[in-house]
Design a protein around this ligand. Structure first.
Ligand SMILES: [Mg+2]
Length: 350
């Protein structure tokens, strides 16, 4: 976990917009040869070298997408980049550049934005991404952060949501549900802290879940691994809203059905323990929790041998004819239709 340093306060008005940008980006360097012109002109210039350019944008709003009571700004910067890179990797592409735009109220001093940019910079350096532009403006209330990610791929390598076929295997990377339960733990500790500010929570039993919520990683490694294994998925999506809603996207866009096996859904032991503690069904959390940023994809049956036994992958089902529907096969071997409930529905259920 990152440490939040004791902060001094430098008012943003002392620097002005361009002084602020220069200050915040002074530690960033260029690592991609496709970056011709980064920050410092009217627009960035990117040489696609004959490849296809991919673009994805997300907007994160304080109080809606993040809570600064337990989300350190450095983590927020890191996560805002990950959320966007994940969408580029979900197209089987290489992420190369980002732009970052902020709207920030005068509640935030320079030192707060330095923390935010330290997280963005860490993400850029680990994932070899160049920051090439953005905008900084004032907001009357709270913090808004918008990240646009760009990536490149050869036309033949791009994987969309449209290509899954009947009989294809449904595969997911990593494990599911941990980020959602990490958020539940953090929300609970926030409430305890409000009642008793001196309480010292022991978060060790929840360390993996909290890390998955506060510092998720986009699965660049999975895209590289699939290329090394010479497996090109037939369709792919990243898991931001929960497994069930992403499966529905894949099935609808590809015009197929699916059978998803409950017993095959990958769950971390820490998640299973915490679900018991919170008396919440772990399958429900995996299906509807979201913010996992794992990759969900389909492969042809003949590629099974290439990924069989690989600890990075779980084969969780297969695709069927569209008129067979989208079904969860429970541990009791009954088929129930998959419905998208998402994060909000899960909240209301409690
Ligand atoms: Mg996505």
């Amino acid at each position: 976990m990152f440490e939040n340093k004791e902060q001094s306060r430098t008012s943003l008005s002392e620097l002005g917009e361009f002084g602020l940008i220069d200050h915040l980006i002074k530690n960033f360097s260029i690592s991609q040869e496709t970056t011709v012109k980064g920050i410092g002109d009217d627009a960035a210039v990117i040489d696609t070298k004959g490849k296809h350019l991919l673009v994805s944008t997300d907007l994160l709003i304080e109080g809606v997408h993040f809570d600064l009571a337990f989300m350190p700004l450095k983590h927020l910067g890191y996560k805002a980049v990950m959320v966007n890179l994940s969408d580029i990797y979900a197209m089987n592409a290489k992420a190369t550049q980002i732009t970052v735009s902020l709207a920030v109220s005068n509640r935030f001093p320079l030192e707060a934005l330095e923390e935010l940019y330290a997280g963005i910079e860490l993400a850029c350096s680990i994932y070899k991404i160049d920051l090439v532009g953005g905008d900084t403006t004032s907001s009357t209330k709270g913090l808004l952060i918008s990240v646009t990610a760009m990536g490149v791929a050869d036309a033949d390598d791009i994987v969309t949501r449209y290509g899954a076929g009947e009989g294809d295997l449904l595969v997911v990377s990593g494990d599911l549900g941990a980020s959602y339960m990490g958020l539940q733990v953090l929300e609970r500790e926030k409430q305890v802290h409000q009642v008793n500010p001196n309480a010292q929570p022991d978060l060790e039993p929840y360390s993996y879940l909290i890390e998955r919520q506060l510092k998720p990683e986009a699965r660049k490694d999975i895209v590289e691994l699939l290329a090394a294994l010479e497996v090109k998925p037939t369709a792919m999506i990243d898991i931001s809203d929960g497994l069930s809603s992403e499966i529905i996207h894949l099935c609808k866009k590809s015009e197929v059905g699916c059978r998803l096996y409950e017993e095959k859904i990958p769950l971390d032991p820490q998640l299973i323990n915490v679900c018991e503690e919170f008396e919440i069904d772990s399958t429900t959390v995996a299906l509807s929790g979201g913010e996992d940023y794992e990759l969900l994809f389909t492969i042809r049956q003949e590629d099974f041998e290439k990924i069989k036994g690989n600890p990075n992958f779980s084969i969780i089902g297969h695709m069927t004819a569209a008129n067979d529907g989208m079904n969860l096969i429970t541990r009791a071997n009954t088929a129930i239709p998959i419905v998208a409930r998402g994060w909000n529905a899960l909240q209301n259920e409690e």
